[in-house]
Design a binder for this molecule. Structure first.
Ligand code: MN
Length: 261
């Protein structure tokens, strides 16, 4: 099929509802939790909005705000330059990434049962190989998303599930990350939790293996998503375009999926 026909078909499908758009984004707001690092490190800033005018003496016909936010607050994208392992890669910051990567298929791993039973669930290569027996091979250049239904199970007053010994949220182990990179050549890894790494991943070898290996391999991360329960295991198309911040390490973004039916 010619490209023009494909686009015309997509436009028709969006118009008729044969293809739906599913928002995977949390609302950026001051009380949205940020990741908490050990206290010796600089902490991410929350979202802060400062109103400039709202149809008043500061601007009689217009409403607008300034805002400040860390690149890694709210639903956000991680670029390879975010991690020291990716610091010397070409085109590794959000302003230089290949824009063709901003549209990609996704495999959604339903880990909800496991994570309901253990919020610190560790995603393994064995889990993904078993998933493939049912759903087929994870395609090269696609995202892998770990569905947790986190918003439904996390304590709203302790979203990161911080305990005395650190956070307890799910994530992959080093072997699983290396498998996704070397055996499946994925685009990146996405999660509904506060980080692509497990809350206890500061104890792993290497520390934070998802950041360490994914960004070292030029791959991406998506964090703090929602609504992954509205995606099929395969066949959805994710649109994730970070802000074009000069030498940015990541950015909050609107991420959504095109879903058939
Ligand atoms: Mn991040």
């Amino acid at each position: 099929m010619a490209g023009a026909d494909i686009l015309a078909g997509l436009i028709n499908a969006l118009d008729s509802g044969a293809v739906r758009v599913v928002d995977l984004t949390e609302t950026l707001r001051p009380d949205y939790p940020t990741i908490q690092l050990p206290p010796e490190f600089a902490q991410a800033s929350p979202f802060v909005k400062n109103q400039k005018s709202r149809y008043d003496e500061n601007g009689p016909a217009w409403y607008w705000n300034d805002f400040t936010v860390n690149e890694h607050t709210g639903t956000h994208f991680d670029a390879p330059i975010h991690w020291v392992t990716g610091k010397d890669l070409p085109d590794n910051s959000v302003d230089t990434l290949n824009v063709g990567h901003f549209i990609a298929p996704v495999c959604v791993l339903d880990c909800t049962e496991e994570i309901a039973a253990d919020k610190g669930f560790i995603l393994t290569k064995a889990f993904m190989e078993k998933w493939e027996e049912t759903h087929g091979r994870i395609p090269a250049g696609g995202w892998v998303f770990m569905r947790s239904d986190w918003r439904k199970i996390a304590d709203p007053d302790n979203y990161t599930n911080m305990q005395e010994d650190g956070g307890h949220s799910p994530g992959p182990d080093a072997e699983a990350v290396l498998w996704m990179i070397n055996e499946r050549d994925v685009m990146g890894f996405g999660t509904e939790c506060i980080g692509t790494d497990a809350g206890q991943a500061f104890l792993f070898e290497p520390q934070y293996p998802c950041h360490h290996y994914m960004h070292g391999a030029g791959k991406y991360g998506l964090q703090c998503m929602t609504n992954l329960d509205l995606l099929p295991p395969t066949g959805a198309l994710v649109v994730s375009a970070p802000l074009k911040i000069e030498e940015g390490s990541g950015s909050p973004l609107r991420v959504f999926a095109l879903v058939a039916g």
